[in-house]
Design a protein around this ligand. Structure first.
Ligand code: ADP
Ligand code: MG
Length: 253
């Protein structure tokens, strides 16, 4: 999709866990070629919103469309096939497997069959195709030198980038990244931000949950602030940084 195309539109999204309302009437959009940041205190409902959007745990109410198609209620796998890839808040790599193998797991989503359910017993030609696609994504994110290293042997910053490569291998136009910079060192955050800028420049839409304000404000095109499951504010980074309600809620006054 061309830059500026609305990729994701969520409206009226409410998610209940028993009596707890984790998301209440949430709305957000993400366009191609922009970084949208979703921020807010711990427990505000950011990861829940990601789970609603990606189909991991569907909303109780609300409309979510991706590329103009309603997706609320679709299986996560089917949403992923439409072009929406995500990472999770905690690293989910198979640490004893190589970087190449880990990224190839993402590439299988592009195919027509559920290879994982088949125990990854692939036809040779198909396996070669997945590995070639994985290698291409590893080069794209700048980790070619680590292709055959065990994923668990890499520093955390590089493991996060492997996760992004795995998400990219499914050929998305929208990436959802849940706290990709958490726990990273300064230089690792810089490398991550540089990669995300490059992907944005290629037209990728990126929806990012992040706690590090310097990271968010230096990277995001727009920011949505959540508190107690609801949208507290939305705007440009410079507007959000000056918003009194945000300062009080998020930065502790
Ligand atoms: P954030 O990512 O902003 O820190 P979460 O979306 O993880 O917040 O959580 C929002 C609220 O929903 C929290 O109170 C959390 O305990 C609750 N919650 C999240 N997932 C579940 C679940 N699967 N079952 C019950 N409560 C949940
Ligand atoms: Mg979270």
């Amino acid at each position: 999709p061309a830059a500026g195309t609305v990729l994701l539109q969520a409206e009226g999204v409410t998610k209940r866990f028993g009596g707890l309302v984790a998301n209440k009437d949430m709305a957000l959009t993400v366009q191609a070629g922009e970084v949208m940041a979703l921020i807010g205190p711990n427990g505000a409902g950011k990861s829940t919103m990601f789970n609603c959007i990606s189909g991991v745990n569907p909303p109780s109410e609300g409309r979510i469309s991706f590329l103009g198609q309603p997706v609320a209620g679709l299986e996560a796998r089917d949403i992923a096939r439409l072009g929406l890839s995500r990472t999770f808040q905690h690293v989910r790599l198979l640490s004893g497997m190589t970087v190449l193998e880990n990224v190839a797991i993402g590439a299988h989503l592009r195919g027509r069959h559920n290879y994982l359910a088949a125990g990854l017993r692939l036809e040779r030609a198909e396996e070669a195709r997945l590995l070639a696609e994985a290698a291409r994504q590893i080069e794209r994110v700048g980790l070619a030198e680590h292709m055959f290293d065990a994923a668990g042997s890499l520093a955390l910053g590089k493991q996060r980038i492997v996760e992004i490569a795995r998400a990219l291998a499914a050929d998305p136009c929208l990436l959802l990244l849940d706290e990709p910079a958490a726990g990273l060192r300064y230089l690792e955050k810089q490398a991550l931000a540089e990669l995300l800028r490059k992907l944005r420049g290629e037209g990728m839409g990126i929806l990012l949950v992040e706690h590090d304000m310097d990271f968010v404000m230096g990277l995001a095109d727009r920011v949505v602030v959540m508190e107690f499951g609801e949208k507290l504010a939305e705007g440009l980074p410079e507007e959000i940084q000056k918003n009194p309600a945000v300062l009080e809620a998020y930065l502790g006054g």
